[in-house]
Design a protein. Structure first.
Length: 352
């Protein structure tokens, strides 16, 4: 539904409702406002709108200034506008707009613009967080996406490296939404977006809130794979190279350890006994093993030998896929799955 689809309202006296249909007392159905240029004072000496300028304020607070024009002001990527997102946004709301109404040019909502406005060096984080909270309290939908970028509020906050806004958004989201994908980024998640754009603080925040570091995009890449290669960066980008190394290590540390046994090594699992398979791998029950540099498992109790034997027997003889967790053995959690009978991937993680 666009603003042109709204019904006409009768004009009474000097009422602005007929001339400016966005001034009706609230709409339950979000609309898309038509495209307009940003209004500027006739004697303006600068090329952007400055809400701190007296002549610009006259336009901003004039009820005749349309919502489309106010959205056009929000599109200006200058500190003067972005640091006043709350003032401009509230002027839009005062005109009776639904909190989820959209800009006709970008298809972005006020919440989308607010997530952008928290960008370091351009906007003001505190102002953005307060206004985003206000919008959400008014019913802003955190899951809405721009039809042009396919990005939702979380994606915008990740792209512009605003972890403070990510925390606000995720409070109102379902747990799975932290891994919502975006087609403009090869169907990667917010973690892919942050990693690619070297947003270290956002990567850390997303991981703390449950983002999956092993999630693969349409190209089969996990977030660590999309981090720009610091080796290819010129010397003048030394800081960016250091950030890239930090992010990549952070993501690798968060990803589950994996040990893959390839098909050539396991030609036919159905016909090989568990003990023979362990022998072919140079292992036997009771061996103390160091995995990925981790400390060896210290003398597991006898019951664990039986458990491990059962796992191996199941892997190679009984079950096509399985998952195990042993509360009596606090040092290791072993999860396994078998995509094919001749290929096994073991995922292991350790905790003290």
């Amino acid at each position: 539904m666009t603003i042109e689809d709204l019904p006409d309202f009768p004009v009474e006296g000097n009422s602005l409702i007929g001339r400016y249909p966005f001034l009706f007392p609230g709409s339950e159905t979000p609309v898309v406002f038509s495209i307009s240029a940003a209004p500027m004072p006739s004697d303006c000496e600068f090329s952007f709108f400055d809400p701190n300028d007296t002549s610009c304020q006259e336009i901003l607070f004039d009820p005749k200034t349309s919502v489309s024009e106010l959205f056009a002001i929000l599109r200006q990527w200058v500190p003067q506008v972005q640091q006043n997102i709350d003032i401009i946004g509230n002027e839009i709301l005062k005109r009776g707009c639904n909190v989820n109404d959209r800009d006709g040019l970008t298809d972005m909502t006020l919440l989308h613009y607010t997530c952008k406005s928290g960008a370091h060096g351009i906007g003001d984080i505190d102002t953005a967080v307060k206004f985003a909270t206000q919008l959400i309290d008014l019913g802003a939908d955190v899951s809405l996406r721009s039809r042009w970028t396919n990005m939702n509020a979380l994606h915008y906050a990740a792209y512009f490296d605003v972890p403070e806004l990510i925390k606000v958004i995720l409070k109102m989201s379902k747990p799975k939404d932290v891994d919502a994908t975006c087609s403009d980024f090869n169907f990667g998640t917010a973690l892919h977006i942050a990693a690619y754009n070297l947003c270290a603080s956002t990567v850390r925040c997303l991981l703390e809130h449950g983002a999956n570091p092993a999630f693969r995009n349409d190209k089969g890449q996990i977030p660590a794979d999309v981090v720009p290669d610091p080796v290819e960066m010129p010397l003048e980008m030394a800081d960016a190279a250091a950030t890239a190394k930090e992010i990549k290590q952070m993501l690798l540390d968060a990803a589950p350890l994996s040990c893959e046994i390839s098909k050539p090594l396991l030609p036919n699992c159905d016909r090989i006994t568990s003990r023979a398979m362990l022998t072919s791998l140079g292992l036997k029950l009771g061996d103390r093993v160091v995995i990925a540099g981790q400390k060896p498992i210290p003398h597991p109790p006898p019951s664990i030998h039986l458990n491990l034997f059962s796992i191996v027997k199941s892997l190679f003889g009984l079950f096509p896929s399985l998952s195990f967790f042993f509360p009596p053995f606090p040092y290791i959690h072993l999860f396994s799955k078998i995509p094919h009978m001749s290929e096994i991937i073991w995922y292991l993680s350790f905790s003290d």
